[in-house]
Design a protein around this ligand. Structure first.
Ligand SMILES: [Zn+2]
Length: 153
């Protein structure tokens, strides 16, 4: 199936300049950010409906209790105008087309033996994103398991 998303190199042309084309997405299930409840996030309008569909699917697959336990309700950020870690290219977060989950238990350099989101009980979470064409660096490269993005590598 053809991906609806640009490559990372094509992200600017597709999503616009960093900080533009944002919409507020009402979250299909409650999340927390820094321990505080949130009900919506700022995200690029091009991938907002897709993120909503993935989150709706996740809400269907997991109980509120399980979402909390697995970290699926722990939001770690979307828009952040910064370069990729250790690089010069812009992070996909600069285009507000990447979302982080539970960063404390899925640290950037951790592989699947340590990352919480790499465990088998999170499989349906990743399938929900992958069904929408989103990419997991954890699933593809075994690092940054907190991260999912609507851009191809
Ligand atoms: Zn990220």
């Amino acid at each position: 199936m053809a991906s609806p998303w640009p490559t990372q190199a094509g992200a600017r042309a597709f999503y616009g300049a960093p900080g533009t084309n944002h919409v507020l997405l009402q979250l299909p299930y409650p999340m927390t950010y820094d321990g505080k409840p949130i009900s919506r996030i700022s995200i690029n309008e091009k991938c907002a409906r897709s993120a909503e569909r993935a989150l709706l699917q996740i809400a269907k697959e997991y109980s509120a209790e399980d979402r909390k336990k697995l970290g699926l309700s722990i939001y770690g950020g979307c828009f952040n105008n910064r370069p990729m870690r250790g690089g010069k290219q812009l992070s996909m977060h600069a285009y507000a087309c990447a979302i982080d989950f539970d960063p404390v238990r899925n640290q950037l350099k951790w592989g699947k033996e340590k990352a919480r989101l790499a465990k088998p009980d999170c499989e349906a979470f990743w399938r929900a994103w992958e069904a929408e064409g989103w990419i997991s660096l954890g699933r593809l490269r075994n690092f940054d398991w907190m991260h999912v993005q609507a851009a191809r590598l």
